[in-house]
Every structure is written in structure tokens, then in C-alpha cells.
Design a protein around this ligand. Structure first.
Ligand code: URA
Length: 277
């Protein structure tokens, strides 16, 4: 292979990764346009594929003999579905079945939550990454391991049985965005009713919001995390105290800001111990 061939192949690969095709899921490529008879993937509620519609022949038939146009069937809005959930299990099932987002088609697993429902603290992150998509659990990759260490430093853990030291963890998006890209505002807004319902059902005392995506969505603000972090505020929908802080993935890239994150953790601990700062 010449060096030009190699460069062209690497450029084609980089292009695919940019498009979000960054994981091998089968030994050989599948041409989904050619394979109309493929069975749906698990969890894929799409209607069975049908043969392409034939173009109507130009018969000269009068216009009123043509079939009436069918109204497009839109998936119900997330708010409508979320409002019907009366338990966390209901909510997870409803989210798994909701067809209102394309993200669902590119993800392997719904990433709903981890930790103890009923914990005093609900941690809300951005969206699952590759590891979370594979396991169906939030914050299990490198950023998640840092989050666990940060929480442990103030005596909290997602595996604790005692609600006083336990945490409950979720994300704004339950499906992994392709290529781990940042969720768009439209995506965050689409899933927000599920998150609001999730907060109502998990009933924490306080919310720890990690990074720009959850902070902007939960507070309906355009202000970035650098200005918002460390200041207690009120979650718009529930009125619960909410503390914005840096996302652990950001802290992995900017370790110098761990000192600020540590101040936020101490503020969280003080709040939980009834000595607000
Ligand atoms: N980043 C997030 O925001 N959430 C996860 O679950 C993992 C990484």
C-alpha cells in the first residue's frame, strides 16, 4: 500500500468517526437499504420494513380518484408520556419506548440511573458515553470513576444503603449521542420532561448538576457553568436546591479546576449537614 492510499484510508476512517460511526458492532458491514427483510434490532419498535412505494403511474385519472393523503403520525410528546409514569420503572419503560428521538436508534442501551432512589442527592450529568451505552449505567467510564472519587471525598457513594450517604445518578439524555458529541439544546429540551418527572419520582433533597448541559436545561438559562458553578440556586420546575458544578470529564481535561470543584463539594456537604455557607 502506498503512503497516499494509507492517508486516504485514514482520512475516510476519521470522517466516519466524525459522523459517529466509532464502534465495531458486526464483523461485516450491513447494507440496510438492501436488507429490507432484516429483523428489527432488540428494542427497536420500528414497523417492519416494506418494499419501496411504487411511483404513481401517470394515468390521467381525475385528481379525486387518488388516495387521500394520510396525516403524518407524530410520536406523542415526551411531556405527555412522562406525566403518565407513576413509578421509576414506569418512567424507564416509557423512555425506552419513546420514539421521539433519533438518538434511540444509534444507542445500544437506555441509560436510566444508578444509585439509590430515595437518596438525598440526585446527581444529573449530560449523556452516556461508550462505556455507559455498553453497560446501561450512568457514569461508569473514566469521568464516572472520578465522580465516584469526588463523592467519596465527602462521604457519599452510589452503593451506600443509607439514604443519608447514598446518591442517585442520572443524565439529561438517556441515549448515547453518536461520537459522544455534546447534546444539542433541542435534544436536551426534548428529554427534559422525562428528567423533571425523574426528579419528582426520585424525590431527592438536593440536585447536583454537572456541567453546562444539565445546568442550562434544568435552570432554563443560557449562562455557562463557569459563571454558575458553586452558587446554590433553585431548580425551576421542582423548587429543589440545585448546585451547579463542573462535569468530571471537564476536570479530567482541566485538572487545575479540581480545586473549584472541591469547594463545590464542600458546599454540598455543608448544605447536607445543615450548615449552608
Ligand atoms: N458523562 C455524563 O455526563 N454521563 C455519563 O453517564 C457519563 C459521562
Amino acid at each position: 500500500m502506498t503512503s497516499e492510499d494509507r492517508s486516504a484510508l485514514l482520512a475516510a476512517l476519521a470522517w466516519q468517526v466524525d459522523l459517529g460511526a466509532d464502534e465495531t458492532i458486526a464483523d461485516a458491514p450491513i447494507d440496510r437499504f438492501a436488507s429490507a427483510a432484516l429483523p428489527p434490532r432488540p428494542g427497536d419498535a420500528r414497523a417492519p420494513a416494506t418494499a419501496p412505494r411504487a411511483r404513481p403511474a401517470a394515468t390521467g385519472a381525475p385528481a379525486d380518484a387518488r388516495p387521500a393523503p394520510q396525516p403524518a403520525t407524530e410520536p406523542p410528546a415526551s411531556a405527555e408520556i412522562a406525566a403518565r409514569a407513576t413509578t421509576l420503572t414506569d418512567l424507564a419503560d416509557a423512555m425506552r419506548g419513546w420514539e421521539g428521538s433519533e438518538l434511540r436508534k444509534g444507542a445500544r442501551n437506555l441509560v436510566f440511573s444508578d444509585g439509590i432512589p430515595g437518596a438525598r442527592i440526585m446527581v444529573i450529568g449530560e449523556a452516556p458515553g461508550a462505556e455507559e451505552d455498553r453497560t446501561g449505567k450512568p457514569f461508569v467510564g473514566r469521568a464516572g470513576q472520578l465522580l465516584d472519587r469526588m463523592l467519596a471525598a465527602i462521604g457519599l457513594s452510589r452503593t451506600a444503603d443509607d439514604p443519608a450517604t447514598a446518591v442517585y445518578i442520572t443524565n439529561i439524555l438517556p441515549w448515547r449521542p453518536p461520537g459522544n458529541r455534546t447534546p444539542s439544546e433541542i435534544e436536551a429540551r426534548a428529554f427534559l420532561p422525562f428528567v423533571e418527572r425523574h426528579i419528582a419520582l426520585a424525590a431527592p433533597d438536593v440536585i447536583l448538576s454537572l456541567g453546562n448541559t444539565p445546568t442550562k436545561a434544568l435552570l432554563a438559562t443560557g449562562t455557562g457553568i463557569k459563571r454558575m458553578r458553586g452558587t446554590w440556586t433553585e431548580h425551576t420546575a421542582s423548587g429543589l436546591p440545585l448546585l451547579p458544578s463542573f462535569h468530571p470529564a471537564y476536570l479530567l481535561r482541566q485538572p487545575a479546576d479540581k480545586a473549584l470543584a472541591w469547594q463545590d463539594l464542600l458546599a454540598l456537604k455543608a448544605h447536607l449537614e445543615g450548615r449552608p455557607q
